[in-house]
Structures are given as structure tokens and as C-alpha cells.
Ligand binder design. Structure first.
Ligand code: CTP
Length: 410
């Protein structure tokens, strides 16, 4: 079982340049350290004006390198860092740094390091949308793409420091970390088409009230992110969650079970031929209000009992419609009983929904957590996994999907 993080044991030179988004570099550093990476903080003089070097050295447990002219360092700092790093990440990358990278200049430690590095170089641009849209910046970005030496992550559309909205906002630290993990991941799922569902479904009572299941969406998003990082073609059907889209994933946002059903069949195709695997991590509500109101119900007008109708079992329908063994079907089961009950419920869902694998876990082991302790239930003996980060569990589930697809090919 592979449970190590692709970032674990990697040495990452994290270069912070002068943008308001520099504070997010500290969050990224924390994510990387927690994933087991060694982070070597590097800052430009202007980067150090936005976030304190002590913050970064405290998080990384390494001194901040910023001065190319530091005579107390024996040797050449940029060369030494370039040799130690498995990845140079410039987060945030200003318009000025992109311009200097495009030109191949080496007038500070960050650009000298990027020029010297033979490992991958990643940059997460952050700037005002007018600066990003300027022809000079776009030409620099095109030059960098043509050189093929720097992988850009973002920028994304959203609110920037000035309060204006547009493309120029730095990608979120989690998305940058997954893009980094992707650089270290085998592309062993390329050619595989995966549909993943995530999050809850919310069933409206009226425009301001709903019923729904508890789910942060973290597990499904982790599966989508890791599948894309490993080269799969991924469609993520997401219920209402507040999570950034993983890099390289086609995302379809839905609200209720009926809209999730429509999006699922669209992604899978009427004969299920558009996907090789479906991983159903969404917590689909089993019922919806029978008579949702188009206007807000006023106090006193609401019925004291809520009439409900059953939602279809989305995975069960797909299991019943599947003629052969494709797509591979994976369900989840969140339960509250003991381990024996967990396995028994998992087995029942495996048979009733006609799926290949059920990932079963206790509600208390997964809700609102970044890790999860799951038991894999198949026709064979159940396999209880230790508590591992959801990104790792995602890799384990995808390894199983890959093995099942390989079995069918023979
Ligand atoms: N599921 C689904 N459609 C539903 C309910 C659940 O596709 N209407 C899927 C979930 O996405 C999950 C699996 O079925 O992959 C099991 O979900 P769960 O809620 O645990 O199972 P239920 O069938 O609803 O059974 P119960 O609530 O009785 O445990």
C-alpha cells in the first residue's frame, strides 16, 4: 500500500517575492512542511517587506536566504540552493519577477537561483488584473511558456488586494501544493477517464432553507486532485462546498441530488461509456422536500411537519444500469456503529448498489478532518487502513481502481 505523500522527503526552495499575496506563502510553507517536505525559504528584499523572514524561518526550521552578497556563506548561495532543491517554487511571483525570468536575468537571489536550477521551477503569479492583462506581461508569459522551463500555477479570477475582481489573484496555497505534488507524481493514470462526486447535496425547502448531509467535500476533492495529478482526465461533480478547484480538473457545480444525477449521467454518458471509473464520494441526501417553496416561508406559514420524497439512489441506478464491469464503481459509506457494523453495512452497500469497492469509515473519523481512517470493503476480506491524510487515502483508492481496470483488461 502506497501511503507516502509525493512531497514527502522533497527539498523545495520556496522563493517569496514582493506581493501582498506573500502572506499566503507562509500558509503554503506550513502545508509543505506538514506533507514531509524540507522547505528552504528564499526571499527578495521586497518579499521581506510583505512577510517577516522570522515567520518563514520559524515555519520551515531553516534560515531565510535573501542576500547574494552574504560573505559569511562559504560558496555561491544560488548555486548551492539550486543543487539542493528538487523544486524551485516562486510564490508569489510578481509581474517584475516574471519579466526578469523571461529575460533570463539574474539580478537577485531568486532569479539567479531560477536560472541556475535544473530541477522543475514553478511560479504562482500574483498581481493586479491590469498588470496581468498588460501586453508586456502576456508576452513575458508566452516567452516563459516557449522556453518550457517554468510551470505557472494561476493566477485565478477573484478579488485582489485592491478589492477589484479579475484575473491576477494568486492560486490558493492548497492548489499550489497539489500542483507541486503533481510534478512529483507518476503519470500512471494517463488515459483514464474518472468521474468523481464530492460534497453534500442540499435540498431546498425555500430560497433560504434546506436540508442536507454533513460533508466538507475534502475527500472527493482530494480524489479528483490526485487523479488529475496522476494524469487522469477528471470530471468533478461538486455539491455546494467552499473548496478551490483542483488544478486540471473539469468541475461541474450542482446543488441538489436531482441536479447531481443529471450532471452525473451527462458526464458518464447514457450508456456509461464516457468514463472508466466513478468514485462517488458525495454525501447525497436520501430525501428532498416534496413541495419546495419559490418564496421564503414566513414564520407561522411553514408547515410544522415537512413532507419529503425519496431521492433516487444515484450510485445504485448506475450500478443497475452497468452491463459489464465498466466503469469501475466506488462508493463511500459513513457509519456510526462499531467496526463489525461498518463492514456489514459496507458489504450490504457493495451488493445492493452493485459496486466494486466501498470505502467505509466512521463519521467521527472523517467529518471536518484532513485525515481519515477507512476500511476498504470488496468481495474479499475487508482491509482496515490506518488514519492517513485524505490525499493519501485518495491515492490508495485510485491504486485500487487502477488494479481493477487492469484486471478487466486481461
Ligand atoms: N448514494 C447515492 N445516492 C443516494 C444516496 C447515496 O449515490 N441517494 C451513494 C453515496 O454517494 C455513497 C453511497 O451511495 O457512495 C453510500 O451512501 P450512504 O448515504 O452511506 O448510503 P445509503 O444508500 O443512503 O444508505 P444509508 O443512508 O441507509 O446508510
Amino acid at each position: 500500500m502506497r501511503v507516502s505523500d509525493p512531497l514527502s522527503g522533497r527539498t523545495i526552495a520556496l522563493c517569496v517575492t514582493g506581493s501582498v499575496a506573500a502572506y499566503k506563502a507562509a500558509i503554503l510553507a506550513r502545508i509543505l512542511v506538514r506533507a514531509g517536505a524540507k522547505v528552504l525559504p528564499v526571499m527578495t528584499a521586497s518579499g521581506a517587506r510583505f512577510v517577516g523572514p522570522v515567520t518563514l524561518s520559524g515555519i520551515c526550521g531553516e534560515p531565510v536566504a535573501s542576500d547574494m552578497w552574504d560573505a559569511s556563506f562559504a560558496g555561491e548561495l544560488h548555486v548551492s540552493l539550486a543543487e539542493r532543491a528538487d523544486l524551485v517554487a516562486i510564490v508569489p511571483a510578481t509581474a517584475d519577477v516574471l519579466a526578469r525570468l523571461a529575460q533570463g536575468r539574474a539580478d537577485d537571489l531568486v532569479t539567479a537561483l531560477a536560472l541556475c536550477a535544473r530541477c522543475p521551477v514553478l511560479a504562482a503569479p500574483a498581481m493586479h488584473p491590469r498588470m496581468w492583462g498588460h501586453p508586456a506581461t502576456q508576452r513575458n508569459v508566452a516567452d516563459l511558456a516557449a522556453q518550457g522551463r517554468v510551470v505557472l500555477v494561476g493566477p485565478v479570477e477573484g478579488e485582489v488586494a485592491s478589492g477589484e475582481v479579475g484575473t491576477g489573484r494568486m492560486a490558493e496555497p492548497e492548489a499550489i501544493a497539489s500542483a507541486m505534488a503533481a510534478l512529483f507524481s507518476p503519470r500512471d493514470l494517463s488515459g483514464m477517464r474518472v468521474v468523481v462526486t464530492a460534497g453534500p447535496t442540499l435540498e431546498d425547502i425555500d430560497p433560504v432553507r434546506f436540508i442536507g448531509n454533513r460533508s466538507s467535500g475534502k475527500m472527493g476533492f482530494a480524489i479528483a486532485a490526485r487523479a488529475a495529478a496522476r494524469g487522469a482526465d477528471v470530471t468533478l461533480v461538486a455539491g455546494p462546498v467552499s473548496l478551490p478547484s483542483p488544478a486540471g480538473v473539469r468541475r461541474v457545480d450542482v446543488r441538489g441530488a436531482m441536479s447531481m444525477r443529471a450532471a452525473l449521467w451527462e458526464a458518464l454518458g447514457p450508456d456509461l461509456s464516457r468514463a472508466d471509473a466513478l468514485v462517488m464520494a458525495a454525501a447525497v441526501a436520501d430525501h428532498r422536500p416534496a413541495n419546495p417553496s419559490a418564496t421564503k416561508l414566513k414564520k407561522g406559514d411553514e408547515p410544522s411537519t415537512l413532507a419529503l420524497v425519496g431521492n433516487p439512489d444515484l450510485l445504485g441506478e448506475i450500478g443497475a444500469a452497468r452491463a459489464g464491469k465498466r466503469p469501475v464503481l466506488v462508493g463511500f459509506a459513513v457509519e456510526t456503529g462499531d467496526q463489525d457494523a461498518l463492514v456489514a453495512y459496507g458489504r450490504r452497500k457493495l451488493a445492493e448498489k452493485r459496486v466494486d469497492l466501498v470505502v467505509a469509515n466512521q463519521a467521527s473519523d472523517s467529518f471536518d478532518r484532513d485525515d481519515n481512517r477507512a476500511t476498504l470493503v470488496t468481495e474479499g476480506p475487508p482491509e482496515a487502513l490506518p488514519a492517513i491524510p485524505k490525499t493519501r487515502l485518495a491515492d490508495v483508492v485510485l491504486d485500487r481502481v487502477k488494479a481493477l481496470l487492469r484486471l478487466q483488461a486481461h
